[in-house]
Design a protein around this ligand. Sequence first.
Ligand code: COA
Length: 154
Amino acid sequence: MNQHIPSHAIRIVLAPRAEFEACLRVRTRVFVEEQGVPSELEEDAFDPVSTHWLALAPDGPVGTARARRIGRAAKAERVAVDSDFRGQGVGRRLMEAIESWAREQDLESVQLNAQIRALPFYLRLGYQANGSIFEEAGIPHRALVKSLTTQAAG
Ligand code: COA
């Protein structure tokens, strides 16, 4: 059942290495249990070199995302919000945290491979499709990008 929590009661925080397991638990609920992604694909070699965020509700983590630097861009990955907490801006705030982090490092854009079903979420946040549809973990995806250097971003 959807749980509405005032947005100020959900904090978006950088996850220290010790909290990586908490990120993984959210990802497992969303990608493995809900979407059927094979569990062996969930944790990968990019986790140790990525920056991770958690969305913390009073009763614990309800969202996560990670990003890593590729040249002059940030690549956002594993953006996940627990189903009961969707539609109240948590995903948007996770993406804004990634964009702030990327700006702080003078990066020029945020790139990601979006699941087709999540496309409207990213388009709403100012991302633009950048290429054709391809499969990843058996799920159709599309590459998206958002420039951080243009005034009208967002
Ligand atoms: N279709 C249309 N619009 C959508 C949408 C959808 N499926 N999901 C979100 N939006 C819109 C919201 O209405 C909101 O618009 P508004 O600013 O006009 O109010 C905006 O996008 C931000 O939505 P928000 O509430 O922050 O999104 P969320 O917390 O529900 O998180 C996901 C969105 C995609 C992260 C979440 O649905 C999720 O975890 N899905 C499963 C995992 C997944 O697919 N991850 C993406 C992998 S690429």
